[in-house]
Ligand binder design. Structure first.
Ligand code: PXG
Length: 442
């Protein structure tokens, strides 16, 4: 396309890009202009294999006609309807359909507009719940180092990624963090869940001793941490966390914004690991990424505890203009139909072995210090260049894109999460392109 090359790039100035090195990007822009199935098309007409499902969200692949039709139809029927003291049928239908597949039977659904909003919603529900059951001193929220829970003030407060926190002041007060579970020294190249580290769940016990259980409302973790570079839970860790939380009356929140909707080979991580939290946050795959939307799943115990007071009273003073947006609900319903008819909520489990074998073939590629996979998620950790951490990761990302593959990097970890429709040939292409990129790195 005209205008992407040449010295005058003033037309790129107005758009302040998120989580992007704006000035560097605008010197050498990478733009996508179309998408179908497993592929993007770049503005210079190249096919780019999508190794990341966009940003972990396009689980059924791109350009799904059924979603486009449902969205177009809904836009023409009713573009928007308020959801405060008003309803529309699609929001009820979508919630009911979600309740049927709810993680761990958590079948009460609160709609939001994104993962960040889902996280803030879950944290607020946890606080409101504790107060409703007479535990109003429980206001403390516990997250985990290296956790990513979006970018709202709640999410960055319980989150544990330093760059997302340090420029934004004191954040929420009364927050503490468990240690992260990443331990390459003991767990590198585990094909199964990491064997070491279940005892790190005892950090919650330590925080209970430090602060008093009566001050703690909830603990939030990603069952598999995505953004920080694909960290799998050590064997037994989540079970132990659940037990400690239960023992002390602390709500457990799983942030399944990435792991939800089939990414790990089961509908939710909650199902895969058989550990049931009290609240689950989702977004992304909820609408196949086609429209922004999130959902929080709550247990009946949590939900029902808040259905108190006189009937005319609003039970939870929380919600968004776009909670249960009719067009997003239409996209979500069409998405669930696709997931069901194509078996995508569990397909990752059938191709996981092929995926793992392919990624583990990079074990001996230059600089690789760990490979981690679960379902259709992969992390390839490479040794940082001395004095320039992150530079190898970034160069690998740019190299892959130049050769027709979209990957994500966080520091020196390459994170992969292709659409759940990926086939063996495409997996081969992903691995070959990354292997070549690694061999070109110094
Ligand atoms: N929780 C988790 C676990 C996430 O991964 C969010 C909350 C926030 O969602 P929203 O919709 O507000 O962005 C996320 C988002 C990456 C990447 O490359 C990951 C996310 C977003 C953008 C990039 O790893 N995760």
């Amino acid at each position: 396309m005209d205008g992407q090359s040449g010295s005058n790039r003033a037309h790129l100035d107005a758009y302040w890009m998120p989580f992007t090195a704006n000035r560097q990007f605008k010197q050498a822009p990478r733009q996508l202009v179309a998408a179908q199935g497993m592929y993007y098309t770049s503005d210079d007409g190249r096919r780019i294999l999508d190794g990341t499902s966009g940003l972990w969200c396009v689980n059924a692949g791109h350009g799904r006609e059924e979603i486009a039709d449902a969205v177009a139809h809904q836009l023409r029927t009713m573009d928007y309807a308020p959801s405060f003291q008003m309803g529309h049928p699609l929001a009820f239908q979508f919630a009911e359909r979600l309740a049927e597949i709810a993680p761990g039977g958590l079948d009460r659904v609160f709609f939001t507009g994104s993962g960040s909003e889902s996280v803030d919603t879950a944290l607020k529900i946890a606080l409101a719940y504790q107060r409703a059951i007479g535990q109003g001193t429980r206001t403390r929220l516990i997250g985990r180092e290296r956790g990513y829970h979006g970018v709202g003030f709640g999410g960055i407060s319980v989150g544990g990624l330093i760059n997302n926190r340090r420029t934004f002041g004191p954040l929420l007060t009364g927050v503490d963090h468990l240690r992260h579970t990443h331990d390459i020294a003991r767990n590198a190249f585990s094909r199964d869940l990491p064997g070491y580290g279940a005892e790190l769940a005892d950090d919650l016990e330590r925080l209970v001793q430090l602060h008093g259980a009566e001050t703690i409302a909830a603990v939030i973790v990603e069952p598999v941490a995505g953004s920080t570079g694909v960290l799998l839970p050590p064997k037994g860790y989540l079970e132990r966390l659940r037990a400690i939380a239960t023992r002390h009356g602390i709500l457990l929140i799983f942030d399944e914004v990435i792991t939800g909707f089939g990414r790990l080979g089961a509908p939710f991580a909650t199902d895969l690991f058989g550990v049931v939290p009290d609240l689950v946050t989702t977004a992304k795959g909820l609408t196949n990424g086609a429209l922004p939307m999130g959902a929080v799943f709550a247990s009946r115990a949590v939900h029902d505890a808040l259905m108190i007071g006189p009937e005319p009273a609003i039970e939870l003073f929380h919600g968004y203009t776009y909670s249960g947006h009719p067009v997003a609900c239409a996209a979500g319903l069409a998405t669930l139909d696709i997931y069901a008819s194509e078996g995508l909520m569990t397909r990752a489990s059938t191709i996981a072995q092929c995926w793992q074998d392919a990624l583990f073939s990079l074990r001996s590629a230059p600089h690789v210090i760990d490979v981690r996979t679960i379902g259709l998620v992969g992390g390839i950790e490479i040794a940082p260049r001395e004095g320039a951490p992150g530079s190898r990761g970034y160069e690998a990302f740019v190299d892959c894109f130049a050769r027709g593959l979209l990957v994500r990097v966080t520091g020196d970890i390459i994170a992969l999460s292709p659409p759940l429709i990926v086939d063996e040939k495409e997996i081969g292409m992903i691995v070959e392109t990354i292997g070549d990129a690694l061999r070109r790195l110094d």
